[in-house]
Design a protein around this ligand. Structure first.
Ligand SMILES: *[C@@H]1O[C@H](CO)[C@@H](O)[C@H](O)[C@H]1NC(C)=O
Ligand SMILES: *[C@@H]1O[C@H](CO)[C@@H](O)[C@H](O)[C@H]1NC(C)=O
Ligand SMILES: *[C@@H]1O[C@H](CO)[C@@H](O)[C@H](O)[C@H]1NC(C)=O
Length: 378
């Protein structure tokens, strides 16, 4: 195929296709965390990462387009900052593994990753972009671990991972989704660093630079997904996601594979909430599933949505019914009032005890029983 053809958006990036892919992701993401879909992978890089020597680090920095910050690091960290940095390092290590694997799939022309056939982009440019991204993520991971180490905390080492995707478009949609989670979680960490005082406030700037960087990546992912999407999703992206990032991340980690057991990180893990409906960017009714037999009266639980910078929106659940499926015992419905002011991009749904109202995402997290379900509308 000619490059001019490659440059034309030829693949069938209809909304329906993306929605199907998304539905597949969010179901698999939550339901097949044990790695049934693909063989687990470890980071396949040979540049010394995550413990590069000086020459190897130099090479990583060159490929990343810039260097690790050279200013002083904090020498003390609050307990909550340690937890946040452990989460950030765990996530960045996952991202390194993901983008390394994606890059390798593309460069080796793995079926589903033969870009001439399926992507709207110049293959050389995609490879160049992913090469930068994987090395930038390495520096994010090394940076988080360096801050931990400087405050006498042990660094986080890579786990084994499993990715519920088998082709380029799925992989890019997934990359967009987990990047959206990061973009919604890091501002919470900035807030925490700011109010903690001590040595942490300079970290607010550092995290600001990482948020912007991940935003650049996200624009590229949205562009690469096809012509229906603008690179920038919404004026204000979905925030308040730090409480859900750890649960979402665990769906890509092979259980028991982390050198530092995940249960030693002081963050909650919620029970799975599986979305059963193909979501579109309009008002609609969604069906969710959970692994427990929940009461017929829908008094006990509500669904809460986090979208944009809006206050959490609580909707009742209805039509609770029992099913006998793998990992799902109850289904129920909830309205998804997208046209009541939701942002394009990711919306988080969670099932909480009670009816709220909730003044903040943190208040929602504290009442969460099932979630998050990751909803990408547009
Ligand atoms: C790479 O390809 C393999 C084989 O199709 C697949 O299982 C894996 O999920 C892919 N990885 C990524 C990041 O797309
Ligand atoms: C594809 O991208 C590479 C890297 O940006 C560039 O050198 C090349 O000219 C591009 N090909 C076409 C046909 O535009
Ligand atoms: C969408 O739902 C909201 C909340 O129920 C409602 O206010 C709005 O009028 C609905 N919009 C459309 C176009 O149906």
């Amino acid at each position: 195929m000619q490059l001019s053809t490659v440059l034309t958006p030829t693949f069938q990036s209809t909304k329906a296709l993306l929605v199907n892919i998304l539905l597949m992701h969010f179901t698999t993401l939550i339901a097949f965390a044990a790695g049934a879909l693909s063989a687990p992978v470890s980071d396949p890089t040979a540049d010394g990462f995550p413990n590069p020597g000086p020459a190897q680090l130099l090479a990583i920095q060159k490929k990343a387009g810039g260097y690790l910050p050279n200013g002083p690091l904090p020498t003390t960290l609050s307990d909550s900052a340690i937890t946040s940095l452990q989460l950030i390092a765990t996530n960045e290590l996952f991202e390194v593994a993901f983008f390394s694997d994606l890059l390798s799939n593309i460069t080796t022309n793995t079926p589903g990753y033969q870009l001439e056939d399926i992507a709207p982009l110049n293959r050389t440019y995609v490879i160049m972009s992913l090469n930068a991204i994987v090395n930038q993520e390495k520096l994010h991971a090394l940076g988080a671990n360096a801050i931990l180490a400087n405050a006498n905390q042990s660094p986080i080492a890579p786990c084994q991972y499993t990715f519920p995707v088998q082709d380029f478009v799925d992989a890019i949609v997934l990359a967009q989704t987990f990047t959206d989670i990061v973009l919604g979680a890091l501002p919470d960490v900035q807030f925490q660093f700011a109010v903690d005082g001590g040595d942490e406030p300079p970290g607010v700037r550092l995290l600001g630079s990482i948020i912007a960087q991940e935003g650049q990546q996200d624009g590229f992912f949205r562009y690469a997904e096809g012509k229906d999407k603008t690179p920038s999703a919404a004026p204000f992206l979905t925030g308040g996601l730090s409480g859900y990032a750890f649960t979402a991340l665990q769906s890509f980690i092979v259980p028991e594979s982390c050198p530092k057991p995940l249960n030693t990180i002081n963050l909650p893990t919620f029970k799975p909430l599986t979305l059963q409906t193909q979501v579109e960017a309009r008002n609609m009714t969604l069906t969710f599933g959970v692994e427990d037999a929940i009461g017929r009266e829908d008094e006990e639980f509500s669904v809460v949505y986090l979208s944009g910078q809006n206050l959490p929106l609580v909707v009742p659940i209805s039509n609770v019914r029992s099913v006998q499926g793998p990992n799902i015992e109850s289904l129920f419905d909830a309205e998804f009032p997208f046209e009541a002011g939701f942002a394009n991009g990711v919306t988080i749904a969670a099932v909480v005890k009670g009816k709220g109202p909730f003044a903040s995402a943190a208040a929602v997290v504290s009442q969460t029983v099932y979630g998050p379900a990751l909803i990408e509308a547009n």
